[in-house]
Design a protein. Structure first.
Length: 371
């Protein structure tokens, strides 16, 4: 099933297409150096906003006066171009990993992800208590693969705060006790990057890691962050970890008021292995809700923590702050599950330590990742 539910910060969002003129204007506002800040605002202080994922992808981190060059480069790299308003493209679910080449998610991908987050048909409710609900869905083609969906009501946590918490890697190291190592590798566009994440699994299972392409998009007062697995030549699978595959994983954050929001976490992950039934049950009935609650506590404490740790450094809102090197999509390839070693852990029994609540067990606050 899923071993990493709620641990991976590499993900993305979507909105309706806009005209190229509007996209260029938005890019100009987002990428302008301090001296070119728009009227009525302080130089370099306004958060990055874009009307669509296509507009963000077309900028490719280049200044607005190089828009035509960006479009040419976008086509050369196979990135999605903006669709016209008259597009008849189908709106149904479309897994990002269904593609044979690495692409930055486009508007349809984000719409599809949002639809899946909000869908009810085909999902089995396994947990519902204190504002947290968990659903699971077995895949018809492969019973070793499952989807998990978690939803939590967050009172006294604005949507933008939750969005910041999911992006802030330094803060994640403080509250995510299951993280082994996490870091950003390179940026692809103003709203997409590549990163590494490894996490501890319930004992005695082997720990996992992933390399993912993450993309994100603010949509008014709502946000989406989502990711899928890719291969990077400098980060091959490690011998001490099992390389898992994120088929599609992400968060939908929906504002329900100035100080409240609802978060939906959706994950389809191949953990690379036949997992025992107790892992499936524990993930959906205990680990997932516990992880959501721990995330909520982290959100409540984030504003105070951030004030003491580079309060103005938020490259996910201000792309010009990003210290990451640029990377061409041609350097990456899609990580297919069948190219990785399959680990059979179906006979592994839950350790006594896990059952009694020690070191990440049910009496501990350490269960932040499910995979």
């Amino acid at each position: 099933m899923l071993l990493r539910a709620l641990s991976n910060p590499w993900e993305s969002p979507r909105a309706a297409p806009v005209s190229r003129a509007a996209a260029a204007a938005t890019a100009a506002e987002a990428l302008a150096p301090p001296a070119l800040a728009g009227p009525g605002g302080e130089a370099g202080t306004g958060p990055w906003k874009v009307a669509s994922a296509s507009a963000a992808a077309s900028t490719l981190l280049e200044p607005p006066w190089r828009t035509q060059e960006s479009r040419t480069r976008t086509r050369a790299l196979g990135l999605p171009m903006e669709k016209s308003a008259a597009s008849t493209e189908p709106q149904g679910p479309r897994p990002v990993l269904g593609r044979d080449s690495v692409q930055v998610p486009d508007d349809q991908d984000f719409r599809s992800f949002r639809s899946e987050c909000e869908a009810e048909a085909g999902w089995n409710l396994t947990y519902s208590k204190a504002g947290v609900s968990v659903w699971v869905q077995a895949m018809e083609m492969d019973r070793t693969l499952h989807k998990i969906k978690c939803r939590m009501e967050c009172r006294d946590v604005p949507a933008e705060t939750l969005y910041d918490v999911l992006h802030d890697i330094e803060y994640r190291k403080k509250w995510d006790s299951n993280v082994i190592e996490t870091f950003d590798i390179a940026r692809l566009t103003v709203n997409a990057d590549v990163g590494y994440y490894s996490w501890r699994c319930p004992k005695p299972l082997k720990n996992r890691d992933v390399i993912t392409l993450r993309s994100w998009l603010p949509m008014g007062t709502d946000y989406i962050i989502m990711n899928y697995s890719v291969k990077h030549p400098k980060y091959p699978p490690r011998k001490d970890l099992v390389r898992a595959v994120s088929i599609q994983t992400g968060y939908l954050i929906q504002s329900t008021g100035p100080k409240n929001c609802v978060i939906t976490y959706l994950a389809q992950v191949d953990p690379k292995g036949s997992l025992p039934k107790w892992v499936v049950n524990k993930s959906s009935q205990f680990l997932a809700p516990k992880a959501m609650k721990k995330m909520y506590k982290a959100c409540v404490k984030y504003p105070e923590w951030k004030q003491k740790h580079q309060p103005h450094f938020k490259p996910w809102l201000h792309p010009e702050q990003s210290p990451l090197p640029s990377l061409a999509l041609s350097e990456l390839s899609v990580q297919h599950a069948d190219s990785l070693e399959n680990i059979d852990e179906s006979a592994v029994t839950e350790s006594r330590e896990e059952r009694t609540g020690g070191a990440g067990g049910e009496g501990s606050d350490d269960d932040t990742s499910l995979t």
